[in-house]
Design a binder for this molecule. Structure first.
Ligand code: NAP
Length: 363
């Protein structure tokens, strides 16, 4: 433990600007900041914060957080645990990745080996450790489908635990780590199962249309990755310093999933407000429920793409992304998000739930 503490204390800094650790580029400073390259250093950091009576925030890739303008008054521990290990048995590939690995680099490596399972999850910013937290998913694939287990530091018991899919309680873009036990575990590595030379998943219309347009009849895994990247880029959902519309946390709200009765009610309201219910995009979700497009609701409620609010606004390419237009503040983001939420609720009766984690807003 003494060595863990020593390594941790060597990497400790004070008053570190957090904006540059995030894709939003917004927020104040961390009172203390350190990088954990191993679970031992992580443990040292956790013990140190506890001994100082400081709050702790665990940072991954910074692609899904909004940091308060006043920053964070405690210790921010950035997880930098690296490592990729694979084992192949027949057509099954068991891959274990350190929580601090860049997610899209892992996806690219799998595609170059022709391993199926992650191709639709291309271009998602962030780190491996974040993927089980919100059961990351896109274009018809989600992490729970390839997830085998994870290793995490249990802050209640101060030791490493291994967790199975059932124990993670995955749901639509959620898990136990996002709901009932938000601050209990720090994920250190994740193990997935992929299929060597497997067939790509091409379920979503966006992908089917892409290949139809390009005349590709049997897309390879690498074609699907390229297609997903192109679709995401067209919505500014791939981080690109040359594209101001990508200075965001990606989708700011989760696509709502509602009961069938609630959907009927929404259609009724839409009819009286926008004069038609014909084009409400909807998809069936689990347990007979209905999944809606948050972007569609936001635009129809009056928040067009390109809408501005001080130094923040809505992306010109996707109504679901709130962007920092330069010099934006967390206060502006929260105000704009609040206005959107109120308006969507009053027009459609749907309560949008924000997707990012809010850091330092307790004060
Ligand atoms: P989109 O493609 O405009 O889709 C809007 C909604 O329609 C989503 O809820 C999507 O479901 C659903 N949908 C579309 N085609 C469908 C189909 N063929 N079958 C079933 N459901 C369908 O959404 P977007 O906002 O631009 O996002 C694109 C993709 O990225 C989506 O898959 C979205 O979930 C994903 N995404 C994930 C995260 C995350 O993991 N945190 C963040 C942002 C976006 P699904 O949501 O189930 O796909």
């Amino acid at each position: 433990m003494a060595k863990d503490n020593q390594e941790f204390e060597e990497s400790l800094s004070e008053n570190v600007p957090l904006a540059e650790c995030t894709t939003f580029g917004i927020g104040g400073q961390a009172r203390y900041f350190a990088e954990a390259t191993s679970s031992e250093v992580l443990r040292g950091g956790v013990a140190w914060a506890k001994s100082q009576g400081l709050p702790l925030f665990v940072l991954g890739g910074g692609s899904n957080i909004l940091v308060a303008d006043d920053g964070f008054p405690g210790l921010v521990l950035r997880v930098r645990i690296r490592g990729l290990h694979s084992r192949i048995e027949g057509d099954k590939v068991t891959l274990t990745a350190g929580a601090g690995e860049d997610w899209d680099k892992v996806v690219a490596a799998c595609i170059s080996n022709n391993w199926a399972g992650f191709e639709c999850l291309s271009g998602i910013p962030g780190s491996v450790g974040a993927t089980p937290i919100q059961n990351v998913g896109a274009y018809g694939q989600e992490i729970s489908e390839t997830f085998v287990s994870l290793e995490a530091l249990d802050l209640e018991r101060a030791y490493l635990v291994t967790m199975t899919p059932d124990e993670c309680e995955f749901g639509y873009r959620t898990s136990r780590f996002k709901t009932r036990e938000r601050d209990r575990f720090i994920i250190t590595s994740v193990t997935y199962r992929l299929t060597a030379d497997g067939r790509p998943t091409i379920r979503y219309l966006d992908l089917q249309l892409y290949f139809k347009g390009g005349g590709i009849k049997s897309p390879a895994l690498s074609d699907v990755r390229e297609a997903v990247l192109a679709i995401r880029r067209s919505k500014a959902m791939v981080i690109d310093i040359g594209d101001p519309d990508s200075r965001s946390v990606g989708s700011f709200f989760v696509n709502p999933v509602v009961t069938r009765e609630a959907f009927e009610e929404i259609k009724k309201r839409a009819r009286s407000f926008i004069g038609s219910d014909k084009d409400i995009p909807s998809y069936s979700a689990s347990s007979g429920r209905v999944k809606l497009s948050a972007a569609w609701l936001i635009e129809r409620a009056g928040f067009e793409r390109g809408y501005t609010y001080g130094n923040v606004g809505i992306s010109q390419k996707h109504a679901l992304a709130i962007i920092n237009r330069g010099g934006g503040t967390a206060r502006e983001v929260v105000e704009l998000a609040g206005r959107i939420k109120l308006r969507v609720r009053s027009v459609f009766g749907v309560t949008l739930v924000p997707e990012p984690v809010f850091v330092g807003f307790d004060r």
